[in-house]
Design a protein around this ligand. Structure first.
Ligand code: KIV
Ligand code: ZN
Length: 501
């Protein structure tokens, strides 16, 4: 019989730490329900002591899902653990994930401590968490740069204290696959309490050198039985290990005899959902879920694939949920079709919200021939501006070759109307300058990217923006078939972040 590999998804904790990609609780619940449908074993729902938002999300996710274990992160500190216990009170299956840095860098510079004291703190945290929950995972932060002998002492001590899972994070993404694999092998061989029917080791690999998936697989091949992953590999810096890459690597290599519980046909829909809710584009050549992952453009490849897909395809796109025949909505589609398409994409909404999205959908369908899944996912997340203090009332732009670029803008600020006009060296510049005339604060645009959602000149353009104000960076997002309007929406989104602070 194949060995079972547990899939621990940390999209909503480590993944969500990406600046500008934070989700609200409702969005997190949508993702959590899709993770449940995908078949993950553990959902790391947040770090409850870090903010009231995280605390609340862990509570609400615990109520919303049934089968996966809900995990809450804590430092090796009693008040963190107390808060995690409190946040997990509605979870049907619960886990506390506690830990401390174990590399000499962390011990010396972060804790100003020594190796023995760190083991004492680790053991005390596990014992304390065990008073409240049976399932306790311990993380040895920066295990990647912790020497193996000392790491084995830490793992041995926390397993004796009752840890059910020990996480070996390559926090800085430094290790080569062969090194990470031999670290796991060393621990398996030198710690008695690990193995079948005992505590298990978990991989948690970051992608700073592009080796997160390779490192995780080496960990599994050397005895780890849980992998910590995120959808699309999102996460701070270069990200975490991607769920889809590990799962499909194991599925396409069945002789490795390692199974997961994942329903792979749900991979593509959740990938798009996470990308859309977090406003985080997936790179086109991303393995498994990138737009080009199954696109054959050279004549030789196309010819081969038409004769027999296996000539150039190692996976059937349908196995990861890519369905070429997916229905495209148009202006004639009704509410029921829209609701169905939202459901297929994992979004279950009440009739009031459906009415609102349907109105936006009709407006978009008037401007665009076909409305795709990506478009409706964008619409479903679009009511972010509902509580905005500063709102766009109207925008009129004249631009072209041989004429002056002029923009007139109307804003509603706390329901009062303001207007301004400005010229610029292009339509976006003119629009932003007119906006700045009204807002009149020292704002510096640090980043500005425009991206089309799928294809076609009628496509919705997405704009990501970073604006610096008063020494802080604010992230904004806008989406519109008119890229000047999308740019202004993104700028207004940034402004609302600091006026609402
Ligand atoms: O990368 C890391 O070390 C972590 C731990 C907090 C688990 O995310
Ligand atoms: Zn991490």
């Amino acid at each position: 019989m194949a060995d079972k590999l547990f899939i621990f998804d940390t999209t909503l904790r480590d993944g969500e730490q990406v600046p500008g990609c934070q989700l609200n609780t409702v969005e997190k619940i949508q993702v959590a329900k899709q993770l449940e449908a995908l078949g993950v074993d553990v959902i790391e729902a947040g770090f409850p002591i870090s903010s009231p938002g995280d605390f609340n999300s862990v509570i609400e996710i615990s109520k919303a899902v049934t089968w996966p274990t809900i995990c809450a992160l804590s430092r090796a500190v009693e008040k963190d653990i107390d808060t995690a216990v409190e946040a997990l009170r509605f979870a049907k299956h619960k886990r506390i994930h506690t830990g401390i840095g174990t590399s000499d860098f962390h011990i010396k510079y972060k804790f100003n401590s020594n190796r023995d004291e760190i083991i004492e703190r680790a053991v005390a945290a596990v014992k304390y968490a065990k008073k409240f929950v049976e399932d306790v995972e311990f993380y040895a932060e920066d295990a990647g740069r912790t020497d193996n002998e000392y790491l084995a002492r830490v793992v041995d001590a926390v397993v004796r204290a009752g840890a059910t899972v020990v996480n070996i994070p390559d926090t800085t993404g430094f290790r080569l696959p062969i090194e990470y694999g031999s670290k796991i092998k060393y621990l398996m061989e030198h710690v008695d309490g690990l193995g079948v029917g005992k505590a298990i080791l978990s991989t948690h690999c970051h992608n700073d050198l592009g080796m997160a998936t390779a490192n995780s697989l080496e960990g599994v091949l050397n005895g780890a039985r849980q992998v910590e992953v995120t959808i699309n590999g999102i996460g701070e810096r270069a990200g975490n290990t991607s769920l889809e890459e590990v799962v499909m690597a194991l599925k396409t290599h069945p002789y490795l005899n390692i199974d997961t519980n994942i329903n792979t046909t749900k991979i593509y829909p959740i990938s798009r959902m996470v990308s859309s809710l977090m406003n985080m584009p997936v790179q086109p050549n991303k393995a498994i879920v990138g737009r080009n992952a199954f696109a054959h453009s050279s004549g030789i490849h196309q010819d081969g694939v038409l004769k027999n897909a296996q000539t150039y395809e190692i996976m059937d796109p349908k196995d990861v949920g890519i369905d070429d025949n997916s229905i495209v909505l148009t202006a004639r589609s009704g509410r029921a079709a829209l609701k169905h398409r939202l459901l297929v994409n994992g979004i279950d909404i009440d009739d009031e919200k459906l009415d609102k999205i349907y109105e936006d959908f009709l407006r978009l369908a008037d401007k665009k021939k076909d409305v795709t899944d990506d478009d409706i996912l964008m619409l479903a997340g679009a009511d972010r501006s509902a509580n905005h203090f500063v709102k766009l009332d109207y925008l009129q732009v004249t631009s072209g070759v041989g004429v002056r670029n002029v923009a007139s803008i109307g804003l509603k600020i706390a329901n009062e109307k303001f207007e301004a006009t400005a010229t610029g060296n292009g339509p976006v510049d003119a629009a932003i300058k007119s906006l700045k005339k009204i807002i009149n604060r020292e704002m510096i645009m640090k980043e500005f990217t425009i991206q089309a959602i799928s294809k076609g000149s009628d496509d919705v353009g997405k704009v990501h923006m970073q604006v610096e104000y008063d020494g802080h960076i604010y992230y904004g997002f806008g989406a519109n078939t008119d890229i000047v309007a999308a740019s202004v929406e993104a700028y207004i989104d940034c402004i609302n972040k600091f006026v609402n602070k």
